[in-house]
Design a protein around this ligand. Structure first.
Ligand SMILES: [Mn+2]
Length: 430
């Protein structure tokens, strides 16, 4: 029998800090009331906010140089599901996980779906992988996959994506996320137009095979592993592709996949306007696609992104239904702790953005009162909404303060005994 954190442990931990939490929540509630904000309404919205955990995120990541495995790492998808369920158990923020194929392949998907259900988690978008070769693979992706110069390679990559859709249907998933590593390292290596044409040809076949209720998420990335040109390099390319592919194709924004200092929130605003925002891969970065924990470097950027999302929701933007997911690499922390902390940071940015007085902001903007507009905009960010997040968790049956409960449970030590180390675990960064 594999270890799960007992509900009683959460209850006991919550009881110890409940009085202090109640005081903090009440004090913040009084403060927000003066600004006309109902704290319970904000807490209810935060409680209803859900984001997915990537199955590859619960394993220790690594860099181009090395990977330092931690104790009790998941050995396969069933172990990963347990870890994902534990994150949700304590945070009540991550009811779904996003599987990745072929890393998460099993022989019986009904068993996998049932196991997930019994653990209290579901499945979000399925992710295809044509950025590396598998041992039993006929043709290599060394020079590309969906945009490869040889049709046979493109067909193989298309077939893999179709298989991912088939698997996803068995898991009640509703979307396929496609990120390709295709690109070039040398000027002249490939024709910048022809590779895009080949990509569109491949994606058209995949999109045509999507079930009625499904969407395909196109993930762009500026560079890496290709360092001269990437086929789907930016949001402009992504939007061009989505519009060519029709109403099922949407543009996914991974926060780390842009040039330094790019105004990501403006990209988000434009994609919402175009009705093509798929959703997000949340992470943080200082220099490039660092895949650091969400909110650890630039929480203000995350807040600015959420301002656009709350704004779109408030005005009922057409077709606005983003999917939220974390996509980080955990190299020096316990992945479960990092994912819990990051889920809470995403909720924090959301709660803060909900505090913005939108009518007052618009009035200040129309009057060109720059300082007032900026102060109104920033008011949410400078508010410590921690009591709201804690209250949302508590009401959902989670922990007021998840990480101490996780540590007290010794979950990782239990898993270290249950999961003897294996040679290699399938985790990575995309
Ligand atoms: Mn990503």
């Amino acid at each position: 029998m594999s270890y799960r954190i007992p509900e009683s442990l959460i209850g006991e931990a919550n009881a110890k800090i409940a009085a202090a939490h109640d005081e903090d929540y009440e004090a913040l509630g009084l403060r927000l009331k003066r600004s006309g904000v109902d704290i319970d309404a904000v807490a209810a919205k935060v409680a209803a906010f859900a984001l997915a955990v990537p199955t590859w995120g619960v394993g220790t990541g690594g860099t181009r140089f090395a990977r330092f495995p931690g104790p009790g790492e998941p050995r396969g998808i069933f172990d990963k599901l347990e870890d994902c369920a534990t994150i949700h158990q304590l945070t009540r923020a991550t009811p779904t996980c996003s599987p990745h194929f072929p890393w998460d392949k099993v022989s019986d998907y009904r068993e996998l779906a049932e196991r997930a259900k019994s653990l209290g988690v579901g499945f979000d978008a399925v992710n295809s992988n044509t950025f590396q070769d598998q041992p039993d693979q006929k043709l290599s992706y060394k020079f590309g996959s969906l945009s490869h110069s040889e049709k046979a390679v493109r067909d193989q990559a298309v077939a893999h994506n179709l298989e991912c859709i088939e698997i996803g249907e068995k898991l009640a998933s509703k979307a396929l996320t496609v990120w390709i590593a295709d690109g070039s390292n040398f000027p002249g290596q490939s024709n910048l137009n022809r590779v895009f044409d080949w990509y569109l040809e491949s994606l058209a076949v995949i999109t045509a095979r999507l079930p009625a209720s499904w969407r395909v998420f196109l993930e762009h990335k500026l560079c890496e592993p290709a360092f001269y040109s990437t086929v789907i390099s930016d949001w402009g390319t992504s939007l061009t592709a989505a519009e060519a592919l029709g109403p099922k194709a949407y543009c996914l924004v991974d926060l780390g996949h842009h040039a330094p200092n790019v105004n990501i929130e403006q990209i988000v605003a434009r994609l919402i306007r175009a009705g093509r925002l798929a959703g997000f891969h949340f992470n943080d970065s200082k220099y490039g696609d660092d895949d650091l924990d969400t909110g650890s470097i630039d929480p203000f950027r995350l807040y600015r992104v959420f301002n656009e999302l709350v704004d779109a929701s408030a005005r009922g933007a057409a077709g606005f239904d983003p999917a939220y997911m974390l996509d980080q690499s955990h190299n020096v922390t316990d992945p479960i702790e990092s994912l819990m902390a990051s889920a809470m940071e995403v909720q924090r940015a959301y709660a803060q953005a909900l505090l913005i007085d939108r009518a007052a902001l618009e009035a200040a903007q129309d009057a060109n009162d720059v300082m007032l507009a900026h102060r109104i905009f920033k008011a949410g960010f400078v508010t410590d909404v921690s009591p709201i997040l804690a209250e949302a968790r508590r009401r959902g049956g989670g922990a007021i303060d998840p990480i101490p409960v996780y540590r007290t449970s010794k979950y990782r030590s239990h898993k270290a005994k249950e999961r003897p180390a294996v040679a290699r675990s399938s985790s990575g960064i995309i």
